[in-house]
Design a binder for this molecule. Structure first.
Ligand SMILES: Cc1cc2nc3c(=O)[nH]c(=O)nc-3n(C[C@H](O)[C@H](O)[C@H](O)COP(=O)(O)OP(=O)(O)OC[C@H]3O[C@@H](n4cnc5c(N)ncnc54)[C@H](O)[C@@H]3O)c2cc1C
Length: 469
């Protein structure tokens, strides 16, 4: 019988922590999870063998499968409510911090490293902060628990096994097509195999939790339109991934591991920030199902490169009459991919300032060798909107005061780095949407943008469901 107490769409951190916490607080409920991708142990990115991204179909293994975008990610758990999304503004900062601390203990129970980066070093942090203030930037304190890409996979495998043993039914290889809404009440969802229309099923549930991640944000936005689920356009982030030699970043890497810097550069005064810093890390390519190739970065616990990469993101808010931020960012990405023959572009910072493209052979002379060798040397300024480009250039110059050498000629900029959090589902503090029995969590809901925040939101959902079921 396809009738459940709770049906979760998406086995990313938000979805799996909902199930975990519900089981901890109220055993014996029938829980099902629908996941487009594979169990964590079967997720394989062929790039390790092919050396270049082969644009896997029907989905990218880096972002799809049990543990979502988390398993193959760097696994940096940001332990401060100030990092990872706007969820604290929904439930309150103190409570969000409490949830993060509690969620962290679950990660520790499943074997996360007990070491926390970014604590201590008060004198050095003070010095870095002083330089940031002088450059007009804010340094956000954020302790980090680093799982590392390879350790994260083991940890999520253990969580997967725990859920299966506890009786959670996981529909791997199934994609949710639609939710069933009747008289403003959500009754379940329609799912089908992600490899085609070979098996379509209808699952019924008292509560449906949609947690489909960044890649599912577009789909959720359409669902909101279709079923009149209250939502509003939010922010879209457009930026670049920057790569420099470890020697340039080593002070910050050693003291903070990740420098969270925020600025509002002239003349637009838009929010520009650093995000997802990977000391000794690797730049990576992520493919969306609509073939959009975007840049990301990660780092292993043991295998280290000679470079550090981090994202610089500019937040874009649009005003009347424009209300399609996701489509806007996609167009920027598509144009960049078009210039790179379907791939990512990489350009030296000095070439951007000199108004010239970067040539492949010029990269071979550099101290900074790209850790993503199949990125195409070219001209990112031909696709990047003027406003975003100027924000990035001015921000890089400000960061150069904090990290001397950051604005070096050889510094590499990869594009497009896009974050689609732009559809925000309206929810109350109990995580109810405008449709009874329907809840939207994690990155697809527009309220989170990181592993820990998505997990903590899942924990709260699990508790709420445990109370009402
Ligand atoms: C390469 C990379 C590195 C990252 N590094 C970090 C980091 O170090 N620290 C950090 O805090 N954050 C990092 N992130 C971001 C982090 O992974 C996400 O913020 C987090 O995973 C969001 O959790 P989520 O549960 O909301 O969504 P996701 O983790 O994206 O999970 C959503 C799941 O839903 C499934 N799904 C989507 N649509 C459907 C559908 N229609 N039907 C069924 N299933 C569906 C997907 O397959 C996916 O498994 C990284 C992301 C990437 C891609």
């Amino acid at each position: 019988m396809n009738q459940y107490d709770v049906l979760i769409i998406g086995a990313g951190p938000a979805g799996i922590f909902t199930a975990l916490e519900l089981l901890r607080k109220n055993e014996g409920k029938r829980i099902a999870i629908v996941e487009k991708g594979q169990p964590v142990e079967k997720r394989r990115c062929p790039k390790a063998k092919t050396k270049e991204c082969v644009n896997c179909k029907p989905y990218c293994h880096i972002t799809t499968g049990f543990s979502g975008a988390g398993a193959f990610s760097d696994g940096k758990l940001s332990l401060s409510y100030e990092v990872g999304g706007d969820f604290p503004s929904l439930v309150g900062e103190d409570f969000a911090q409490e949830l993060i601390n509690y969620t962290d203990t679950i990660y520790l129970e499943f074997g996360a490293d007990t070491h926390v980066e970014g604590l201590g070093h008060e004198k050095e942090v003070k010095e870095i902060r002083k330089r940031a203030i002088q450059a007009g930037l804010k340094l956000v304190d954020c302790p980090i628990r680093h799982l590392g890409t390879e350790k994260a996979q083991q940890l999520y495998f253990d969580i997967e096994q725990f859920l299966l043993k506890a009786g959670v039914e996981i529909y791997f290889g199934y994609v949710c097509q639609d939710v069933i809404v009747e008289d403003n009440v959500c009754k379940g969802a329609v799912i089908e195999t992600s490899t085609g229309h070979t098996d379509t099923r209808t699952l019924y549930a008292r509560h449906v939790v949609v947690a489909t991640g960044r890649k599912g944000a577009d789909w959720l936005e359409k669902l909101c339109e279709q079923h009149d689920i209250a939502h509003q356009p939010g922010t879209v982030d457009i930026g670049v991934r920057v790569e420099v030699r470890n020697e340039i970043m080593e002070d910050v890497n050693e003291v903070l591991y990740e420098s969270k810097l925020i600025g509002y550069p002239m003349p637009f005064k838009n929010k520009v920030r650093t995000f997802c810093q990977n000391p000794g890390g690797f730049v990576s390519q992520e493919n969306y199902d609509n073939d959009l190739a975007v840049v990301n970065g990660h780092s292993y616990k043991d295998l280290k490169s000679k470079n550090t990469n981090l994202a610089i993101l500019c937040s874009h808010n649009f005003t009347y009459p424009f209300n399609q931020p996701i489509a806007y960012a996609q167009k920027v990405g598509e144009l960049t991919n078009m210039l790179a023959n379907g791939r990512l572009l990489v350009q030296r910072y000095g070439d951007i300032l000199s108004g010239k493209r970067t040539w492949e052979k010029e990269l071979t002379f550099s101290n900074v060798r790209p850790t993503l060798p199949d990125a195409v040397a070219g001209d990112i300024t031909a696709a990047m909107p003027y406003r975003a480009m100027l924000n990035i250039i001015n921000f890089i110059q400000a960061v150069d005061h904090v990290v001397p050498g950051f604005a070096g000629n050889e510094t590499l900029l990869y594009s497009p780095e896009l974050k689609f959090y732009s559809n925000r589902v309206k929810m109350d503090q109990d995580l109810n949407t405008s449709i009874q029995g329907l809840h939207c969590l994690g990155d697809s809901s527009g309220w989170t943008r990181g592993l820990m925040m998505a997990s903590a939101m899942g924990v709260l959902m699990g508790r709420k469901l445990a109370d009402i079921l």
